[in-house]
Design a protein around this ligand. Structure first.
Ligand code: 5GP
Ligand code: ZN
Length: 116
């Protein structure tokens, strides 16, 4: 937990969010500025700055995030048509919140090879 971190505050209930799933390891909630009909953020409850700061011991949490993403995609009916699961890292990756998060984006045809 990092004191001045927005996503730590969301995972601990200090800041409201539209939470779709939570367990001891992860929290998933709707993005406040969705770019598609389905736009969910999946975060570890543990404060990790970005992929640059992951360690071997985070392996089970990272794997769990993928399983949660798979299940949420199914629950929101985007698993068959497809969706994007992505994480931005640092300045050039346009990361704006420095608590690791994965965007689950779907429900429409996404343009290009990546979100620009
Ligand atoms: P990034 O640019 O770091 O990859 O993505 C950060 C995401 O967090 C953005 O898509 C942004 O809309 C979302 N976001 C920023 N502040 C909040 C907030 O207070 N609540 C929620 N639910 N999402 C937020
Ligand atoms: Zn945090």
């Amino acid at each position: 937990m990092s004191d001045d971190c927005l996503f730590c505050a969301i995972s601990t209930g200090g800041k409201p969010a539209d939470i779709v799933y939570q367990d001891e390891w992860v929290t998933a909630f709707w993005d406040i500025q969705p770019i598609a009909p389905v736009h969910i953020l999946i975060i570890p409850n543990k404060h990790i700055h970005s992929v640059n700061e992951i360690t071997e011991e985070d392996g089970p949490i990272l794997a769990h995030i993928l399983f949660v993403a798979r299940d949420l995609a199914r629950q929101h009916d985007v698993h068959e048509d497809g969706y994007r699961l992505m994480t931005n890292i640092g300045k050039n990756g346009m990361q704006t919140v420095f608590h690791l998060h994965f965007h689950l984006i779907g429900g429409r045809r996404l343009m290009g090879r990546m979100v620009s």
